[in-house]
Ligand binder design. Structure first.
Ligand SMILES: [Zn+2]
Length: 422
């Protein structure tokens, strides 16, 4: 009995007091995998496990508190079955599944999950969000920290600079800016561009409230040629990240499928969030929750694009615009509450910004001059004119306006920054 009590106490103390140093080394475990399928099915398969030299992220909140994103990752201690790490994110694969191509063909996308390097054997589980907004387990396996095939090499060592340093990366939001489409001789331009983009972020509300809690890093990755691919114009450039416009045939949709190289390059710096700065004057960009944000360096609307795409990547914000030629079809089923904090179908509005409405504000809210500066529930958002609602008549997530996030988007961005800076 005493033996049993002792075991129980050890177990309980593990449950209650196991902290970062009990469970993890101060290193990163990078899980690289392929996410494959079509509009109806998906599967996951392992590419490679990699050990990166440090864990520079939050050590106090290992179970990610926000229920955002298309995918969720969990790690469990294999003996106690305790949940020891959780994160969630979105990727290109999830968007591609909604395109016409996915109804007639299969594709594979490379993806990455990062977690602190475990001291003991862990079980990892990958979940996808179902159309009904529930989580479905898709893949699970064990990781043995002593596995000799966990790679320890850094394939792409690049010059890395601290653009702005406010202190310990584990208590600050660390943003890494990676050069794409800049030749070796264009690095002075990249340094100037990166500084300009850093200031676009720091001068925009609500980021300006956290100027002393954000670190910026640059990774000076050289490309053989300047610019990026513009398939619609027959332009193809040899660049380090293989970025391209016309993602899913949308001319302004600028992304990369080369996640492997992206993660190799990012690992040169401490980072919570990745920004890829593409050396081009053509308007465009893309942003994926907790994956990366990408945009062009020299467009007239660059200051707007950076904060808009970074809003997707950092805070999981949805697009509040509609009626455009975006390639995604039926992106938000109108009978399901979307996970994005700034969109609602009014199915579970209690979980959204209901508490931010002034008393007496009608739901839905008509687009009338008396409500133009109020938080409300305005029909049209998430690419749909009907059935999806946004919080304000206008917002940086709706129009090409810099420094005009609505109060709901500002709150979501602030909560995300505060998670990284605790
Ligand atoms: Zn908004």
């Amino acid at each position: 009995m005493r033996y049993f009590t002792c075991i129980l106490l050890i177990f309980l103390s593990f449950q209650c007091f196991a902290g970062f140093d009990d469970l993890f080394l101060n290193r990163t475990l990078r899980i690289d995998y392929y996410h494959s399928g079509n509009a109806k099915t998906e599967s996951f398969s392992l590419d490679e496990l990699i050990q990166e030299p440090t864990w520079d992220r939050n050590k106090n909140q290992l179970v990610y508190p926000f229920d955002y994103g298309k995918y969720k990752f969990q790690a469990f201690d294999s003996l106690s079955d305790e949940l020891i790490y959780q994160t969630s994110y979105s990727t290109l694969f999830g968007e591609w599944q909604t395109t016409p191509e996915a109804t007639t063909n299969n594709r594979s996308f490379h993806e990455t999950v990062l977690m602190p390097f475990p001291k003991s054997t862990i079980k990892v589980e990958f979940y996808s969000r179902t159309p009904a907004n529930t989580w479905e387990k898709k893949w699970s396996f064990y990781i043995y920290p002593n596995d000799i095939l966990i790679s320890k090499e850094n394939a792409y060592q690049c010059k890395t600079r601290q653009l702005l340093f406010n202190g310990d990366p584990s208590h600050n939001l660390d943003i890494v800016i990676i050069a794409e489409g800049y030749t070796k001789w264009q690095m002075p331009k990249f340094r100037r561009d990166a500084k300009r983009f850093m200031n676009y972020i720091l001068d925009c509300e609500p980021f300006n409230n956290y100027k002393e809690k954000i670190n910026f890093w640059t990774v000076e990755a050289h490309s053989e040629e300047s610019g990026t691919d513009q398939p619609g114009q027959g332009i193809w450039k040899k660049t380090i990240l293989n970025s391209h416009f016309y993602t899913f045939y949308s001319d302004r949709y600028l992304t990369t499928y080369d996640n492997k190289t992206l993660r190799h390059l990012a690992s040169n710096a401490a980072y919570d969030q990745i920004i890829v700065l593409v050396n081009t004057g053509k308007y465009g960009g893309g942003g994926f929750y907790n994956s990366f944000a990408m945009f062009s360096s020299d467009d007239n609307l660059s200051n707007f694009v950076v904060v808009h795409e970074f809003g997707h990547a950092l805070a999981g914000l949805g697009d509040e615009y509609y009626g455009s030629d975006v390639a995604m079809q039926n992106f938000y089923p109108v009978d399901v509450e979307p996970w994005e904090p700034n969109l609602t179908t009014l199915k579970e509005f209690n979980k959204k910004w209901k508490d931010m409405l002034k008393p007496g504000t009608p739901v839905p809210t008509p687009v009338e001059s008396r409500y133009v500066n109020d938080v409300g529930v305005f029909e049209g958002g998430g690419y749909a004119t009907k059935g999806v609602y946004r919080p304000m008549v206008d917002c940086t997530m709706k129009s090409t306006k810099y420094n005009a996030f609505c109060p709901v988007c500002k709150k979501a961005i602030s909560q995300a920054i505060e998670f990284y800076t605790k």
